[in-house]
Structures are given as C-alpha cells and as structure tokens.
Ligand binder design. Structure first.
Ligand SMILES: Nc1ncnc2c1ncn2[C@@H]1O[C@H](COP(=O)(O)OP(=O)(O)OP(=O)(O)O)[C@@H](O)[C@H]1O
Ligand SMILES: [Mg+2]
Length: 261
C-alpha cells in the first residue's frame, strides 16, 4: 500500500507520516518511510536516535553518487548524462532501520515536467518511480505541499493521497487547490486528515467546509507534540492521544482500501 502525504507548510505532514509509519510497524507490517522534503525531519519525528540520524543523508545531496550513476556532476545543465540511472540498490543501501520502520531521505523531489533537466533531477525522478514500482508492504511518502510536482507514476501507483489540513479556511483553500491539481492529473484517491483539532466545532467546520474530499480522521491539538520534538522522542511514544488517533486512522485506511491484514 502506497500512501503519499501532502498539505500546506507546517500543518503536520511529517507528524502524520511518522505516526502512521509506527502504527503500521506495530501491526507487524513492513514499512518504508520516505522523507521527500527539501529539509528532512521525519527521522526526528520518528524518534530515531542520533547515531542513526548521522547515517542518513538526502540522496539529492549525494553529489558523488549522482555523478557515478548519471555520468555527470550535479548542477550541470546541458551535456550528456543518463536519464535512467541505476537506483535499485539505493533504498536498502541508504536507508536506516529503527523499530521496524525503514527510513530513506530523498531530499527535494521535483518529479513533474517543470523541473530542471539535470543529473540530480534525473536521479530523483528515477528513484521516485522505482519506489512506486517496488513491492513494499507499506510505503509512506512525506511530501511537501501540492501535487503539481507529481508525475504519471504517482497517479498509477499511489493508493492514497492524504491531504493534511488545520481547521482554518486558508488550510482548506490549499486542500481545494490540491484536489484540483489531483483531478487534473487523474488522481482521485484523496482523503483529508484534520490536524491540531481542539474541539467538536472544529471537526464540524472541517466536515461542513471540506472541499469535497472524504475525511479519513482527525488528530487532536496537543502541546505534548512540541514537547516530544524538544525531547527528541517520537510523538507516537510521547502523546497517547495522537498514538490512539493514528492507530484508528491507520486501520480506517486499510479498510477503505480493502487491505486487511
Ligand atoms: N496535533 C498537533 N498538536 C500540536 N502541535 C502539532 C500537532 N501536529 C503538529 N504539530 C506541530 O506543528 C509543527 C509542524 O508539524 P510538522 O513538522 O509535522 O508539519 P509539516 O506539515 O511536516 O511541516 P513542513 O511543511 O515544514 O514540512 C511542529 O512544530 C509540530 O510539533
Ligand atoms: Mg514536514
């Protein structure tokens, strides 16, 4: 099952990605979590210990590897390079495993046609497509806002695109834009996840104002989330309310996709 998580900046994409990854790992599923944010922080949200975090580097920043695989130095524009480099060994070689969650840092991913034609984008594009083709049990992609950077492979292989929103009009406006872009590329398997919810009024607001996307679930606002970040521990371990809500959501998604254990 392949899950992509998107939404406006700061709404809680990384928090949700970490929670779902750990919820599925706890159910005994094999989880590969991919941090596709230009400034990776999923390792922190997963509570990876410092020694493991030191082993992680975004593939986008591995200049030597990109040169070795594409035949050209990153930053080169024009000239010759392989647009379909070998990437099949990368997920195992450069990911780190902690408590049954395997994490790969990709770095910034510009998959659509608008990105530069350069060795690093060829590398990331090929890797991204490879990840979508792989037969991982559960793949969780922590993306950044928008879907315009997503290509054909995403539409064909992503089982669920989760759009994280806060209970604000502005956040729902972004969700509406994401829905439109998703429609434009033919992606219809979209769910909304409300985050930082303080009361039932906010749940009602989401249900009434949602831009016609089904709500998968909500996560409560809890100051302990920031505390977990300060302490360098996983929200999953530190905040029972979010742990519980995420487990319910993980199960709902399996049910929605008929992907039972
Ligand atoms: N349910 C919650 N309750 C309280 N604070 C939260 C909650 N979820 C996330 N936060 C806080 O909101 C901030 C943003 O969360 P997070 O990093 O998960 O968002 P993001 O969408 O991945 O951000 P970015 O767009 O920068 O990648 C963090 O400081 C996090 O601790
Ligand atoms: Mg993030």
């Amino acid at each position: 099952m392949k899950i992509a998580i998107t939404g406006k900046g700061g709404v809680g994409k990384t928090t949700l990605a970490a929670l779902l990854a750990q919820a599925y790992a706890e159910m005994g599923r094999q989880v590969l979590a991919v941090d596709a944010d230009p400034s990776p922080c999923l390792a922190g949200a997963l509570g990876f210990p410092e020694t493991l975090r030191e082993q992680l580097h975004p593939i986008a920043e591995m200049d030597d590897l990109i040169e070795e695989r594409t035949g050209a130095k990153p930053g080169t524009v024009g000239g010759f390079f392989t647009i379909n480099p070998r990437v099949d060994d990368i997920p195992e070689r450069f990911s780190v495993l902690h408590r049954d969650v395997r994490l790969l840092e990709m770095g910034s991913v510009d998959i659509g046609g608008s990105g530069c034609i350069c060795p690093e984008s060829a590398m990331l594009k090929t890797l991204f497509t490879h990840l979508l083709f792989r037969k991982d049990d559960i793949l969780i992609l922590d993306m950044y806002a928008g879907v315009e950077h997503l290509g054909r492979a995403t539409v064909d292989f992503v089982d669920a695109m989760l759009v994280v929103v806060e209970p604000t009009r502005r956040s729902l406006g972004t969700a509406a834009q994401i829905k439109k872009l998703a429609n434009d590329i033919g992606l219809s398997r979209l769910w909304l996840v409300g985050n930082k919810i303080r009361n039932t009024d906010e749940v009602d607001f989401l249900s009434n104002e949602t831009p016609d996307i089904p709500i998968l679930g909500t996560l409560p606002a809890d100051l302990a989330v920031q505390e977990a970040d300060r302490l360098g521990v996983a929200v999953y371990d530190h905040v029972p309310a979010l742990h519980q809500a995420a487990t319910i959501m993980a199960n709902s998604l399996l049910a929605e996709l008929n992907n039972d254990l």
